[in-house]
Design a protein around this ligand. Structure first.
Ligand SMILES: Nc1ncnc2c1ncn2[C@@H]1O[C@H](COP(=O)(O)OP(=O)(O)O)[C@@H](O)[C@H]1O
Ligand SMILES: [Mg+2]
Length: 428
């Protein structure tokens, strides 16, 4: 017990509220750096029939944004209905939605629902209506039927509900995407009172909905970028304040730089850091460099297998030769970098390691190899001589691995990293 007089139970309680490396944020209070997007979304929902599509890289915080705003917009005691699109067909997702809406409705003969139409007004067969009245959702097989069933269920819910269709990019087929596009359009045309969020990995809505332009005007598209510096620091500050522990500016800066704006890393490193502090024998009010080193080590060990595997696949079998090249790729905030710039980073990294950098030709060969299957295609060649990581979230892990070996990447000043001016960093 080395943080004030916090018991382990109290300590864990604070950690779970403020640091959630493996689960999305649920509340606006702990959603940092997304004020603009929250405003954009709440405004979009002011127009009936309008829904929200959040897109961006894996791990930038799409589910967190949808859930936090979804919780905020839900009536008291209600939570958003979460629907995973991962591998599910359009019809099975809709059946799930209908059944969750019905199960929250008051029992038959209970208090009145909001101005529902009488039986028969939904164009559904008598059998289907009878099933729905008994809270059973039949197999659905046409779009019209889906829309009618959802309308029936929405009318019976006592309050307006929020539904989140998560990981839209994981829908199994194009046919499912087309059905969704038409569904969004019909829900809008019929002003069916439900607020829908869609999230998906992608640079644009077009990349996710392809040619289905007819539904675009029913969607507000929210492009999510990595967190800016204010957001990164706010995550750390909130946790520090709740624990009564002080984190010096340079440690915060290192954590923020490693994260590259992907909040998972901030949550993970801070969680490890506070455990180190909690476990130290003496009372700690200020985190030390040694605490930080231990936290980095433990974050590397505890990283999601998905990230570790990508890194290992790219670098194993080949001694350590490829590792420093990956570090060089991750050494700058610019997402796409010229090979010559990456080479400069590489030379500097090898200098710090006390090893001579191999000649340029050898470096080029290795850069090309990292684009191949044998190295998990960790790099993409975008234009002639330009490279980027296939999985942007990996940059944080690459930086973390280098940090563990004492190589500090991404030393560029925060002002150069697209952040808004920060008083804290204004000093030269
Ligand atoms: N705005 C934010 N403020 C604080 N933490 C965040 C924020 N957005 C995401 N996170 C954290 O980042 C991690 C990834 O977020 P998530 O919403 O699951 O990303 P995505 O759905 O884009 O893959 C989670 O640990 C989550 O708690
Ligand atoms: Mg998600």
């Amino acid at each position: 017990m080395a943080i004030r007089n916090l018991s382990e139970a109290d300590f864990v309680d604070v950690l779970q509220r403020y640091l959630t490396p493996s689960s999305p944020i649920q509340r606006l209070q702990t959603l940092q750096g997304r004020q603009e997007q929250v405003k954009q979304i709440t405004r979009a929902f002011h127009s009936p029939g309008r829904h929200v599509f959040i897109h961006g890289d894996r791990g930038v915080g799409k589910s967190s944004l949808a859930l936090s705003v979804g919780n905020y917009l839900s009536a008291e005691g209600q939570r958003p209905i979460q629907l995973a699109c991962n591998g599910e067909s359009f019809f099975s997702i809709m059946r799930n939605l209908a059944s969750q809406l019905l199960n929250a409705a008051p029992v038959k003969g209970g208090t009145a629902t909001k101005g529902s139409l009488g039986m028969g007004a939904y164009g559904l067969s008598g059998t289907v209506e009878a099933q729905l009245a008994a809270r059973e959702v039949p197999e659905l097989s046409s779009l019209n039927e889906v829309v009618s069933v959802i309308r029936y269920c929405v009318d019976r819910a006592p309050e307006e509900r929020v539904a989140i269709f998560d990981e839209f990019d994981m829908l199994p087929t194009d046919a499912d995407r087309t059905l969704f596009a038409d569904f969004i359009k019909q829900m809008g045309d019929q002003s069916i009172a439900i607020k829908m969020f869609f999230t998906g990995i992608g640079q644009s809505l077009e990349s996710l909905l392809a040619a289905h332009h007819s539904c675009y005007r029913y969607l507000a598209s929210v492009a999510l970028s990595p967190l800016n510096w204010d957001g990164r620091l706010a995550i750390m500050d909130a946790a520090c304040e709740a624990l009564g522990v002080e984190l010096d500016m340079s440690t915060k800066y290192r954590i923020g730089a490693i994260s590259d704006g992907f909040p998972h890393y901030i949550h993970l490193i801070c969680e490890k850091l506070f455990w180190v502090v909690f476990d130290s024998p003496e009372d700690v009010a200020q985190v030390s460099a040694q605490h930080y080193r231990e936290a980095v080590e433990s974050a590397v060990q505890d990283i999601e297998p998905f990230l570790r595997e990508l890194y290992e696949l790219a670098t194993r079998k080949y001694n350590d030769d490829y590792q420093e090249i990956l570090w060089a790729v991750a050494d700058h905030h610019e997402f796409s970098r010229r090979r010559s710039d990456i080479f400069s980073s590489y030379v500097e990294i090898m200098r710090q390691r006390g090893t001579a950098a191999p000649d340029r030709t050898k470096f080029n060969t290795r850069m090309n190899a990292l684009k191949r299957d044998s190295h998990g295609q960790i790099l993409l060649g975008t234009r002639q001589g330009w490279y980027e990581l296939r999985e942007p979230i990996l940059r944080g892990y690459i930086r973390l691995r280098a940090e563990r070996e004492g190589v500090e990447l991404a030393q560029d000043h925060p002002h150069q990293t697209g952040a808004r001016p920060l008083g804290l960093f204004n000093k030269k």
